[in-house]
Design a protein around this ligand. Structure first.
Ligand SMILES: NC(=O)c1ccc[n+]([C@@H]2O[C@H](COP(=O)([O-])OP(=O)(O)OC[C@H]3O[C@@H](n4cnc5c(N)ncnc54)[C@H](O)[C@@H]3O)[C@@H](O)[C@H]2O)c1
Length: 300
């Protein structure tokens, strides 16, 4: 007997109206899909709704203060709450109880989807959807298969992400950090180690990255680049350099010390670099303008 055709995704609930959730709600609603934005703090819900509605056609986004009400009618739920495993596990269990059929997605940056879905009886409908900030601008969504995620959930989620204009990729194993954050933090580990071991100053690290590999990476990824320069050369370079590249399995003591001293970066006025008043806003504007400029040819 043929199984019934999977139901179309016509209604989405986004849980958490913080930095990511409000823009995720706007992104989905922008494609004409009905969205409910769920948030437990009333003022955050109000400001989140205002931001999300500014991105989408009128009447497509409603707000809800309770998870039970907010997810009941959804075909797909995207969780974007605090990055805490126990809190996410509890939320997934509550969503599954309130809605027995929706696909349940987590926007976690690094937590395994298998663990987040642990308390959901039917884990086949749980999946990772890792968007990047800002989610309406950065193209990729990593669609992450947990140990219990079904093929149907992977495919319906992948297709939905493509339908709302994202560039979905399949991540077939539930490894912490998925693909993008593993690559990013392999680079950050080495960047911090170069500074901590006195090889160069922090400004030099960024200057080198921005004016060498940074110029290339938007056009040619590491795999194509390895092929392009030749795998014999890549092999010779790896034999020579990998033994001295940082491979510490824990966060750098230098990073720990900065954090312990309250030097948290832009938000406290200093981290590796000094961040005078206004520098954080200027950096945000610079970054956003750069990303939009890079994406302009794709969007025209
Ligand atoms: N900020 C980023 O750059 C980024 C990028 C990719 C992924 N993520 C991931 O997205 C998720 C959200 O990140 P964020 O930066 O938007 O966080 P945030 O702190 O800005 O927002 C989280 C919101 O969720 C709300 N919330 C918490 N528990 C809730 C519940 N049970 N029901 C409803 N609302 C609840 C909070 O009140 C808060 O408003 C995290 O898992 C994070 O790792 C963040």
């Amino acid at each position: 007997m043929l199984s019934p055709a999977p139901q179309a995704i016509e209604s989405v609930a986004v849980i958490g109206a913080g930095l990511m959730g409000r823009r995720l709600a706007g992104l989905v609603a922008r494609s004409g899909v009905a969205v409910t934005l769920v948030e437990v703090i009333p003022e955050v819900l109000d400001s989140g709704l205002a931001d999300a509605r500014a991105m989408a056609p009128e009447g497509t986004i409603t707000g809800a203060g309770s998870v039970r009400d907010g997810v009941a009618a959804a075909d797909l739920v995207i969780e974007a709450i605090v990055e805490d495993l126990a809190v996410k596990q509890e939320l997934f269990a509550a969503v599954a109880e309130a809605n027995p059929r929706a696909i349940i997605c987590s926007n976690s940056s690094v937590l395994p989807i298998t663990a987040i879905a642990e308390r959901v009886a039917d884990g086949t409908r749980c999946v990772g959807t890792h968007f990047w900030n800002p989610p309406d601008l950065i193209p990729i969504v990593e669609v992450v298969r947990g140990e219990r995620t079904s093929d149907e959930t992977m495919e319906r989620t992948y297709d939905f992400m493509a339908a709302i204009g994202k560039l979905p990729v399949r991540v077939e194993k539930d490894v912490p950090g998925f693909v993008g954050n593993r690559l990013q933090h392999a680079l950050w580990r080495e960047a911090i180690d170069l500074v901590a071991s006195g090889v160069c100053g922090p400004e030099t690290v960024d200057l080198v990255v921005r004016n060498t590999i940074g110029l290339r990476l938007g056009e040619m990824g590491p795999i194509e680049n390895a092929d392009y320069v030749g795998l014999d050369l890549t092999l010779a370079i790896h034999e020579a350099v990998l033994p001295s590249i940082c491979r510490e399995p824990h966060a750098s003591p230098y990073l720990r010390e900065l954090v312990a001293n309250g030097q948290l970066g832009a938000k406290t006025g200093g981290g590796f670099l000094a961040w005078p008043d206004g520098a954080r806003e200027a950096a945000a504007a610079r970054l956003s303008a750069h990303v939009q400029e890079q994406l302009a040819p794709q969007n025209s």
